[in-house]
Design a protein around this ligand. Structure first.
Ligand SMILES: NC(=O)c1ccc[n+]([C@@H]2O[C@H](COP(=O)([O-])OP(=O)(O)OC[C@H]3O[C@@H](n4cnc5c(N)ncnc54)[C@H](OP(=O)(O)O)[C@@H]3O)[C@@H](O)[C@H]2O)c1
Length: 248
């Protein structure tokens, strides 16, 4: 995993990814920590000040004009090595029920949780393909190239017994379909595409009662990422070792 890009990296699970990747062994060449407001991302700025391989870039998932400059910045730094791992982490999970939700509310959730990941992946695909092509690793692996979508049990149709969270559940279910379809398109390039559940994590999104800190969740996920292989592409995985396929 030489080069990694994380969206929504200014807080929660995204920030924990950057923190742990900054001291990951072997040291990545670049960790691109993207967020919508780099100027106010104090924790990221502190990390970048002490770890020169952490680069902060602006990506507002809902604003496509921010994608091009980020792709150019990454491309100029990674050169022929391309990008190895894209983590589509930025996401929201508001919990209002069906009686309340408006078109604007639903549109915003879908823009962030599914349209954004699709369009951002599209934007970085040439760099991911370059990463795969120029990697010495022949098998499906995060060392070669991977798109990792932050999934949620709340997006599972078969496990849904409580309803609620209108739009949020549907958008995460759609993310799993994106994972499956993209994995089929990218099979010949041997680029992994996985929906990864981080577990229930104490962030703004997960709430204070969640049993896992972002650091614990991410340290588990980094161990899991290292185990990804061809059988996992297109799948939705729990945050457990041995790797467990979650239910759609
Ligand atoms: N926490 C859990 O228990 C849990 C469980 C299952 C799945 N997940 C998934 O894990 C991912 C990370 O969630 P989290 O728990 O770390 O939540 P969080 O602490 O609320 O962080 C969400 C992140 O997404 C970013 N974001 C939201 N809208 C954005 C936009 N338009 N452009 C760019 N970034 C945007 C936020 O940036 P701002 O600060 O700018 O808003 C923030 O960095 C999400 O996809 C979530 O659905 C979390």
């Amino acid at each position: 995993m030489k080069t990694i890009l994380v969206t929504g990296a200014n807080r929660g699970i995204g920030l924990a990814f950057v923190r742990l990747l900054a001291r990951y062994e072997p040291t990545p060449a670049f960790i691109f920590a993207t967020c919508r407001s780099p100027d106010t991302a104090k924790e990221l700025q502190d990390l970048a000040a002490t770890h020169t391989h952490v680069r902060i870039l602006k990506i507002d998932v809902q604003n496509e004009s921010t994608y091009g400059p980020a792709v150019e910045a990454v491309s100029s730094l990674v050169g022929e090595n391309g990008l190895n791992v894209l983590i589509n982490n930025a996401g929201v999970f508001p919990k209002d029920g069906y009686e309340k939700v408006t078109r604007e509310y639903l549109t915003s959730i879908f823009e962030i949780n599914i349209i954004g990941p699709i369009r951002i992946t599209q934007a970085f695909l040439p760099l991911l393909k370059r990463g795969a092509r120029n990697s010495k690793i022949e098998r499906f692996s995060i060392e070669r190239a991977a798109v990792i979508n932050m999934a949620s049990k709340m997006g599972s149709i078969s496990l849904n017994t409580s309803g609620g969270a209108a739009g949020s559940r549907e958008s995460k279910a759609a993310l799993n379909m994106f994972t499956r379809s993209l994995s089929i398109e990218l099979k010949t390039d041997k680029i992994l595409v996985v929906s990864q559940c981080p577990g229930w994590v104490s962030t703004l999104n997960g709430g204070p009662d969640a049993p896992k800190t972002p650091e614990i969740s991410v340290s588990e996920m980094l161990q899991i990422f290292a185990l990804y292989s061809e059988e996992h592409t297109g799948c939705y995985l729990d945050n457990q070792i041995p790797l467990t396929f979650s239910q759609y």
